[in-house]
Write a protein that binds this ligand. Structure first.
Ligand code: HEM
Length: 224
C-alpha cells in the first residue's frame, strides 16, 4: 500500500503480508523510469538505452546467470535449512532453459566463456549466506527469480535488439502460466516468513540493496 511504501523501517510490517513488504522494499530501489512504482531518484545502473552490449558480453551475463541459478537450485535441494525445501521445483528455475540457450549460441559458432568474477563471487556469497543467514538468503532467492520475470525480460528484449539476436531465448520463456508460478512462490514466502520474528524479517529486507547490487554486477559486461 502507499502508506507502507512511505513508512520508515521502524514502522514496517503492521498487518501487511511479508511479500508485500519485500515488493515495497524492491520498488524503493527502482527509479520511476524503470518501473511505474519506482521511488529512487538516481538509477543503480545506467538505462539500457545507453548500454553498448556485444554478443560476447551477453554470453558472459548468461553464463554467470546460469551459475547463480544453478547455485540457488543446489541450495534449496540440499535444504540444510528444512524450509529451503519449500522452494524446490517452483517452475521459476532457469538452469535448463539457459543450458539450451547456450547450446544454441554454441551451434551458431560462438565460444561459450567460463563463469567470470561477478558470477563466481555472487555464487560463493549465496553459498555462505545460505549457511549462516537464511533470512538474508531468501531475499536473494526472491530477487534473482522475480527480477528476472520483470526488469530482466525488458533488459533481455532490448539487448537482443541491440546485438541483433532474432530469437526469443528460452531464458525468457516459462512452462505454464508465469503469474500462477509467481503467486505460488509468493504464497510460500508468506508462509515461511509467518514463522519469523520482526528482527528476522528486517534481516531479510535489509539485504535488498545487496541483492540489487549483485544482480547489476552480473550485467557489467554489457554497460560502460
Ligand atoms: C519489478 C524493471 C532492476 C527486482 C519490476 C517491474 C519492472 C522492473 C517494470 C514491474 C513493476 C510492477 O509490476 O509494477 C526493472 C528495470 C531494471 C530493474 C528496468 C533495471 C534496468 C532490478 C534489479 C532487481 C529488481 C537489479 C533486483 C535484483 C525487482 C523485483 C520486482 C521488480 C523483486 C517485483 C517483481 C514482482 O513482484 O512481480 N522491475 N527492474 N529489479 N524488480 Fe525490477
Amino acid at each position: 500500500t502507499a502508506a507502507s511504501a512511505a513508512s520508515p523501517a521502524s514502522a514496517r510490517g503492521k498487518g501487511v503480508e511479508f511479500i508485500e513488504e519485500m515488493r515495497v522494499a524492491a520498488m524503493r530501489l527502482h527509479t520511476r523510469e524503470q518501473a511505474r512504482d519506482g521511488k529512487k531518484e538516481a538509477p543503480m545502473e545506467p538505462p539500457v538505452a545507453k548500454w553498448q552490449p556485444t554478443v560476447e558480453g551477453y554470453l558472459r551475463f548468461l553464463v554467470d546467470s546460469k551459475l547463480v541459478f544453478d547455485t540457488l537450485d543446489d541450495i534449496v535441494h540440499r535444504a540444510t535449512v528444512p524450509w529451503y525445501a519449500e522452494f524446490q521445483n517452483t517452475g521459476l528455475e532457469r538452469s535448463e532453459p539457459l543450458q539450451k540457450d547456450l547450446a544454441w549460441f554454441s551451434l551458431q559458432g560462438y565460444a561459450i566463456p567460463e563463469p567470470s568474477a561477478p558470477g563466481i563471487t555472487y555464487a560463493s556469497y549465496l553459498e555462505e549466506l545460505s549457511d549462516k543467514d537464511p533470512q538474508a538468503f531468501l531475499c536473494h532467492f526472491y530477487n534473482v527469480h522475480f527480477a528476472h520475470t520483470a526488469g530482466g525480460r525488458i533488459i533481455g528484449e532490448k539487448v537482443a535488439e541491440k546485438i541483433h539476436i532474432h530469437r526469443e531465448l528460452e531464458f525468457y520463456q516459462w512452462e505454464g502460466d508465469l503469474s500462477l508460478l509467481q503467486q505460488n512462490v509468493r504464497g510460500k514466502l508468506n508462509q515461511v516468513a509467518s514463522g519469523w520474528s520482526r528482527a528476522e524479517k528486517d534481516t531479510c529486507l535489509d539485504e535488498m540493496e545487496k541483492a540489487f547490487a549483485s544482480s547489476i554486477d552480473l550485467r557489467r559486461h554489457m554497460f560502460p
